[in-house]
Design a binder for this molecule. Structure first.
Ligand SMILES: Nc1ncnc2c1ncn2[C@@H]1O[C@H](COP(=O)(O)OP(=O)(O)OP(=O)(O)O)[C@@H](O)[C@H]1O
Length: 286
């Protein structure tokens, strides 16, 4: 569904250039629900904005389904944003109209795409647990309920891909759990591919795969251990227990060694590497 290879994004301002993505590689399968984590400034939102067609890549490969987002024309981009991709932000005021009801909000999103399907609009609001509030005005709903309306809106035009930037950032943990459950249901029942950007590592146990971005590159991946492995509910809440961590290698064999490891061994610039037939060891130069 999504294929990024050597993806580069450079922001140029009058004085400086910021390289927000530095040759990022990432593949996401159709129907997958995964999370992207990383520290502030690591490039998560930049990646999501490029995938959502809100920002243009500078170089590299970025494909979503049949679309090549490097070569796409402005007219095609409008079509792409309307038909292929749905977006959810932490601050949902960007997609909601406060003076309309929940149902009218979902229908408005459909109208902008040319076709209102009231049955499906109601179905979506039922799926997010708002059957009883669909005729309430947005300003009468709680923050968590509004976020659920935002999810219904993002799916109004049956996108193949749903991008969520810190979707649980401004709600309490119970509401966050509920939102993650809704995502999981939508992913299973509608088959929509879901990419969630978050700071929160505890969200990791809610998805099968978590990709960590550091300095504009994918650095490691957490993959859920096999379901057969029976974990207690407490263990299941700890990503390290429920998921296995892998370091990501690019095609040329390059990997990112965590800064903390390098600092602990006072490695900078050069390291010595040994291979004993089974293990590769990286040490400070002798
Ligand atoms: N429009 C812009 N112009 C210039 N620099 C930008 C712009 N947008 C992002 N950047 C820079 O690009 C880098 C990556 O930013 P990005 O917003 O993608 O990070 P992030 O991982 O989403 O951070 P956060 O978790 O704080 O939202 C940062 O150094 C940021 O300052």
């Amino acid at each position: 569904m999504i294929h990024c290879e050597g993806l580069v994004k450079i922001y140029k301002t009058a004085e400086i250039e910021v390289v927000a993505l530095q040759g990022l590689n990432l593949t996401i399968e159709a129907g997958e629900m995964m999370a992207i984590i990383g520290n502030s400034g690591s490039g998560k939102s930049t990646l999501l904005n490029i995938l959502g067609g809100l920002d243009r890549p500078s170089a590299g490969v970025v494909g979503v389904g049949p679309w090549d987002l490097l070569k796409i024309t402005e007219a095609q981009l409008v079509q792409y944003k309307r038909q292929t991709v749905g977006f959810i932000w932490q601050n949902n005021s960007r997609n909601l109209l406060p003076y309309l009801t929940a149902l009218e909000n979902v229908e408005t999103a459909m109208m902008l795409n040319g076709k209102v399907d009231r049955i499906y609009a109601k179905d979506l609001l039922e799926r997010v647990g708002l059957a009883h509030r669909m005729h309430s005005k947005l300003q009468q709903l709680s923050g968590g309920e509004q976020q659920r309306v935002a999810i219904a809106i993002s799916l109004a035009n049956r996108p193949a891909l749903l991008l969520a930037d810190e979707p649980t950032g401004s709600v309490d943990s119970e509401t966050a759990d509920r939102i993650m459950d809704i995502f999981r249901t939508m992913n299973k029942e509608l088959g929509v591919t879901i990419v969630i950007v978050t700071h929160d590592l505890t969200l990791a146990h809610k998805v099968n795969r978590v990709v960590a971005i550091r300095d504009g590159q994918t650095s490691s991946e957490l993959i859920r251990r096999k379901e057969e492995l029976q974990l207690s509910p407490e263990e299941n809440d700890v990503p390290q227990a429920s998921h296995e961590e892998y370091v990501v290698l690019d095609r040329a064999g390059r990997l990112q060694v965590p800064k903390a490891y390098l600092e602990a061994l006072q490695i900078s610039g050069k390291a010595s590497m040994e291979f004993d037939g089974e293990t590769i060891m990286i040490r400070a130069p002798k």
